[in-house]
Write a protein that binds this ligand. Structure first.
Ligand code: SF4
Ligand code: SF4
Ligand code: SF4
Length: 368
């Protein structure tokens, strides 16, 4: 098998990227991945394998780690390196590099491939949810958050970092703000350690989140951060690019993943039928139905509401100029929002600690 074939096998490169391998890895990185060959190595072992001086190998590994060619793990004071796969490499490639220069047909194929990979990873958890919708499950972007809930998290955190949204960077289906993945406290520290992210003050972060909401981004994260006593971060998502929302729709799990906790309720006496809510809703829950109504002696195009399509994001409410929309909480099941058990807290803390540290299943930990 040629070196390139070996690399493609170990790195699990989707076929569409084979002609564009130069975007994925340098010659030296290909040597590294092939040399690691699904094993772990220490820095001296890598230096010897690549016949590099120690300092040069260290700088090279740092760069390869930043580019998510390799993952790093420190245990009992010993740091080891092993190869990532293209699935992880795609994040920094799209967020910080020249993903946009990859020909569109290859990008489209990779985007479809990645959504399917994402679904395959999370399918067992989704099946668990299907059987028992009230079960507490570990899944990225578990809950839809209202703006106020997202801002509460920002307030509670002491460390604030923003990174580009990998979903929008990869899919590029809309031009909503790219800097939108919020990392807080432990999540922020991990992100900075990796050499990624931009540190903000609490007030700057609040402004960024409010601006994201104004730009039509929905907030998603884990509502149980208080019970966990631990903040990691949250996302500002659109339905056109977001892997969790698109995955949820594809799996027939609308409103279940990410989980809706509210439903919009309109006060028709205040509504002027301006249509702003219909523009902001990602799911067509508010929509022009082709009829006309008279409002304040003016004939207006009627805006209808279909509650079955509402995902509880609150964008219609924050955008309504008349304050005509309130978000009504959905009945909460004790199991869904109860405090986690001690065992569960340990598992979740561990999940957060391992974030970015390079576990085979680490994509599962790469979202809040
Ligand atoms: S989950 Fe949302 S904010 Fe996070 S990366 Fe995806 S679209 Fe962006
Ligand atoms: S944004 Fe408010 S005022 Fe405008 S149509 Fe919607 S509910 Fe009515
Ligand atoms: S109706 Fe409002 S709360 Fe419901 S999904 Fe649409 S924008 Fe979000």
């Amino acid at each position: 098998m040629s070196k390139l074939d070996e690399f493609m096998r170990i790195f699990q490169l989707p076929p569409a990227m084979i002609p564009h391998i130069a975007f994925v890895a340098t010659e030296q990185e290909i040597d590294l991945v092939v040399g690691l060959n699904n094993n772990v190595m220490t820095l001296p072992q890598v230096a010897e394998m690549l016949a590099m001086p120690h300092a040069e190998a260290e700088a090279f590994l740092q760069q390869a780690y930043y580019r998510q060619i390799i993952k790093r793990k420190t245990e009992d004071g010993v740091t080891t390196y092993s190869a990532y796969t293209f699935y992880r490499r795609l994040d920094p490639l799209s967020m910080y590099e020249n993903w946009g220069d990859v020909p569109a047909d290859a990008r489209d194929a990779v985007i479809e491939w990645q959504l399917q990979e994402f679904i395959n990873i999370w399918l067992p958890v989704v099946e668990e949810l299907r059987k028992n919708p009230d079960a507490y499950v570990r899944i990225p972007n578990r809950d839809v958050l209202l703006l106020d809930e997202a801002l509460e998290m920002v307030d509670a955190a002491t460390e604030h970092v923003v990174v580009p949204c990998d979903c929008r960077a990869i899919v590029m289906a809309c031009d909503r703000p790219l800097e939108a993945c919020i990392r807080l406290d432990e999540g922020a520290q991990r992100t900075l350690e990796m050499g990624h992210g931009r540190r903000l003050t609490r007030d700057e972060m609040k402004r960024l989140v409010v601006d994201a909401d104004r730009a039509g981004l929905m907030h998603t994260g884990n509502r149980r951060w208080r019970q966990l006593g631990q903040l990691f971060g949250f996302c500002n998502c659109c339905a056109c690019d977001c892997y969790p929302f698109r995955g949820g729709i594809k799996l027939g799990m609308s409103q279940q993943w990410p989980r809706a906790h509210y439903i919009a309720e309109r006060d028709l006496t205040r509504c002027h039928m301006c249509g702003k809510c219909a523009q902001r809703c990602h799911f067509g829950a508010f929509f022009r139905d082709g009829t006309r109504v008279v409002v304040n002696d003016k004939k207006m195009r009627h805006v209808a509401f279909d509650p079955a399509r509402c995902w509880g994001c609150g964008l219609c409410a924050t955008g309504c100029p008349e304050g005509a929309i309130a978000m009504r909480p959905l009945p909460v099941s004790a199991a869904t929002d109860a405090a986690p058990s001690a065992a569960e807290t340990i598992i979740l803390s561990d999940q957060i600690r391992r974030m970015y540290d390079g576990y085979v299943e680490d994509r599962r930990e790469s979202h809040t």
